[in-house]
Write a protein that binds this ligand. Structure first.
Ligand code: SF4
Length: 240
C-alpha cells in the first residue's frame, strides 16, 4: 500500500502543539473558494509515493525535535481520503510513542477513518460555513457531514480544535460568528476555536495551474480585525 504525498514540512509549528512533521496528503474532495493549496486537488500536481514504513523511517529522523508536545500532523488536501494508509502509519507511529494530529474537514467517514481517529491525539476540524447553503455553495461540501463527524468525535471524547477561515465581506463580523458559536456550543470535546484570516498568498498557484480563482478580487483579512474577532470568540467561549 502506498500513500500519495503532495509535500512535507519537517519542522512545522502551526498545525498542533510543538514542532511537527506535517504531511500534506494529495487529493481533496472539496473545492473551497478560499483554498490556498489548490495544488493538492486530485490530479493537479505530481506527487510522491511512500509505503507506511518508508514514511515512518523519514519521520523517525526528526523524532528528537518533537520533544514532549510535538509530533506528526496529517493534513492536505483531505488526508482522510487516504485513511487506510494513515491508519497503518498511525499504528507504526504509536509503536514509537509519537503524537499524532489529524487536520481534516470531516467530509470522509468509514471504518479506516475510525481507526485513524482512535489513534490520533488531537483532531483539528475545519468548520467552513455555518449554514448548509453557504457550506455547499462556497466549498461544494456538506455542513451536515461535518457536524456528524463532530458528533462522532464527541462520542469518543476526542480532543478537538475547530478552525474557521474568515473571509472579508462574508464572515468577518461578530454577528456572523454567532452562527458558528451556536453550532459548536453543545460539544464538550472542543478545547479550542481558532480563526484564520483569509490571505492571498496562494493566488499565484491558481494562475500557474490555470484554475479560476473565485476570490481573486477579495483582499486579505486585516490582521487587527482577525485579533478582534478571535478575542470576541474567546470571550464568548469563556463565559459559557
Ligand atoms: S478542504 Fe482544504 S485543501 Fe480541500 S479545497 Fe478546502 S481548503 Fe483546499
Amino acid at each position: 500500500m502506498k500513500g500519495y504525498v503532495n509535500s512535507i514540512e519537517s519542522l512545522a509549528t502551526f498545525d498542533g502543539e510543538g514542532i511537527r512533521y506535517a504531511i500534506f496528503l494529495q487529493g481533496c474532495n472539496m473545492r473551497c473558494h478560499f483554498c490556498h493549496n489548490p495544488e493538492t486537488w486530485c490530479g493537479s500536481h505530481v506527487y510522491d509515493q511512500y509505503t507506511p514504513k518508508e514514511l515512518l523511517n523519514k519521520i523517525l529522523r526528526y523524532k528528537n525535535y518533537f520533544g514532549k508536545s510535538g509530533g506528526v500532523t496529517f493534513s492536505g488536501g483531505e488526508p482522510l481520503l487516504q485513511a487506510r494508509f494513515l491508519a497503518e502509519l498511525s499504528k507504526m507511529l504509536k509503536q514509537h510513542d509519537i503524537n499524532i494530529v489529524l487536520d481534516t474537514c470531516g467530509s470522509v467517514f468509514n471504518d479506516d477513518v475510525k481507526k485513524v481517529i482512535k489513534l490520533c491525539d488531537l483532531v483539528i476540524l475545519d468548520l467552513k460555513y455555518p449554514t448548509e447553503k453557504e457550506y455547499h455553495s462556497y466549498t461544494r461540501g456538506s455542513l451536515k457531514r461535518t457536524l456528524e463527524f463532530l458528533d462522532y468525535l464527541e462520542t469518543k471524547k476526542k480532543d478537538t480544535w475547530i478552525r474557521t477561515v474568515i473571509v472579508p465581506g462574508i464572515s468577518d463580523s461578530t454577528k456572523y460568528l454567532e452562527k458558528y458559536l451556536n453550532l459548536i456550543k453543545p460539544y464538550s470535546c472542543i478545547t479550542k476555536y481558532e480563526l484564520l484570516g483569509f490571505h492571498t498568498m496562494g493566488f499565484a498557484k491558481y494562475q500557474n495551474l490555470g484554475i479560476t480563482n473565485p476570490l481573486e478580487s477579495t483582499p486579505a483579512l486585516n490582521p487587527d480585525k482577525l485579533i478582534k474577532l478571535q478575542n470576541y470568540v474567546n470571550s464568548k467561549l469563556k463565559n459559557e
